[in-house]
Design a protein around this ligand. Structure first.
Ligand code: FAD
Length: 450
């Protein structure tokens, strides 16, 4: 248990250092029984609990809120891989195992754990399940929800629910694990998970393609998808301004970029020829302006790093007001055009940084302060900017939070965009599972009066 302020500090501030409220202490239990004992003790004393994994979440869900006595419950020491079943294609891990450690354990058994994103070296399984994280391979494999077979969860009253099953079929009443996936620590503390593994990918072709803008990027995505189906395992959009924040200059200059990868399980599958012919057609038709195909594993890693380094480049150059919208695919060009037009008219000195998972309709529309200014310069306009971007997405049948969740940061969006029926259902579930409101209070579900 860490009680000194200096020891608590790293756990109290979120990844972007926007929120930092004091906790009474940070507890680092080793076992589910210790988690259970901590939860019972807190319940007896009316102390709230903030479950925390790698603390890489982008909506300040894993750090304390102001004004409530809270214990941060870090799962970091519960970091054991409990079992890997190569015949059943499953891996069972404690909640504090990092996403990268799961990927590496799967690869060592010649399997694939297909969830991947920039923070994978630090983000933990409990955290990625609790945010239902997506990442760059959702196209073929779905979000975290599609990978979870079973969970072990400590409930608000301290009881341990052992739902750690490795079954692909189990229609025995309500599928309780689904309640905890994406619940952001508000309904229980996940202590272990059984996850699905997939066959490993043994042939890959990766390309960075120049395009004129979102419309061409979407056309390219659709032609690659039509050609390769679920063999298109990665398709990311990076606007020109976003690419300028990457860890290295791109191999060519273009108004915008698409990073695409075709993969196959069969090592002899000729995915390179398939990608080359698709890119030749895109260049011929004018959909693409340039294309570079990775010639080695090192070149592939470098191309992927261009995309994955954008959020860190953004943070290192002063940060941004971040957004995480999703819209139906066909609405992407019009939504982005409407956003660009709005900013040209109302906020002409701000800098839009747009990138994301184009095949999922999920784009990060981040707003950087004017050149030479800090994020504080946008403080007065922040909520109007966020409301405008989120409303433009929701008005087109979209979402104001595609993959990062709600935490503290997106609560106004819940009040603005969720129906009374949806909010009432969420509150009913919360009250049933956590009647004292001690699990991660002030996150995800807005209070009734707001
Ligand atoms: C550089 C970068 C890139 C990213 N890219 C993507 C991306 O492409 N796609 C995407 O979906 N997300 C992305 N994210 C955000 C993603 O949501 C988080 O990185 C990750 O899912 C959170 O895991 P964590 O272990 O750090 O959780 P934390 O930040 O510690 O916690 C996140 C939430 O889960 C809760 N929680 C944590 N552990 C538990 C537990 N054991 N039981 C119950 N509740 C728990 C917390 O209370 C909090 O509400 C990115 C983040 C960064 C920093």
């Amino acid at each position: 248990v860490l009680t000194e302020s200096a020891d608590r500090a790293a756990y109290e501030a979120d990844w972007r250092k926007l929120y930092a409220n004091p906790a009474l202490a940070v507890a680092l239990p080793h076992t589910p029984a210790q988690v259970s004992a901590l939860v019972r003790l807190c319940a007896a004393h009316g102390i709230a609990i903030v479950p925390q994994g790698g603390n890489t979440g982008l909506v300040a869900g894993g750090v304390p809120v102001a004004g409530t006595p809270q214990l941060i419950l870090s799962l970091a020491r519960m970091n054991r891989i409990l079992a890997l079943d190569p015949q059943g294609d499953t891996i069972t891990v404690q909640a504090g195992v990092t996403l990268q450690a799961v990927q590496e354990a799967a690869a060592a058994a010649d399997k694939l754990f297909p969830v991947s994103f920039g923070a994978e070296g630090t983000a933990q399984i409990g955290g990625v399940i609790s945010t239902n994280a997506g990442g760059v391979q959702v196209l073929s494999y779905g979000t975290l929800r599609a990978q979870v077979l079973g969970l072990e969860v400590v409930l608000a009253d301290g009881r341990i629910w052992d739902g750690l099953r490795a079954l692909r079929k189990d229609n025995t009443g309500l599928d309780l694990k689904q309640i905890f996936i994406g619940a952001e620590g508000t309904l229980g503390v996940i202590t272990a998970a059984c996850l699905k593994l997939s066959p490993s990918l043994n042939a890959r072709a990766t390309a960075l393609i120049g395009v004129c803008g979102p419309e061409a990027a979407l056309t390219l995505f659709q032609s690659l998808r039509a050609q390769s189906g679920s063999g298109l395992t990665l398709c990311e959009y990076i606007s020109g301004p976003a690419m300028a924040l990457a860890n290295a200059p791109p191999p060519f200059a273009a108004p915008a970029y698409v990073l695409a990868e075709l993969s196959a399980h069969d090592a002899t599958a000729d995915v390179t020829t398939a990608l080359e012919s698709a890119l030749a057609a895109a260049l011929d038709s004018g959909t693409a302006t340039h294309a570079v195909l990775a010639q080695s594993h090192r070149e592939r890693t470098a191309l992927i790093a261009l995309r994955e380094s954008v959020p860190e480049g953004e943070l290192a150059t002063g940060g941004a007001i971040k957004h995480d919208i999703a819209v139906p695919l066909a609405a992407i060009p019009a939504t982005l055009a409407a956003i660009e037009a709005l900013f040209a008219e109302k906020y002409p000195t701000t800098r839009l940084n747009i990138f994301g998972h184009i095949g999922d309709g999920n784009l990060h529309v981040n707003v950087r302060p004017p050149a030479g200014k800090t994020l504080a310069a946008l403080a007065a306009q922040k909520s109007a900017i966020t409301q405008a971007i989120e409303s433009l997405a929701v008005a087109r049948g979209g979402s104001f939070s595609a993959e990062h969740g709600i935490g503290q940061i997106r609560l106004p969006g819940m009040s603005a965009h969720k129906s009374t029926v949806e909010l009432d259902l969420m509150r009913a579930i919360k009250t049933a599972l956590d009647p004292q409101n001690l699990l991660n209070p002030g996150k995800m579900i807005p209070p009734k009066e707001s």
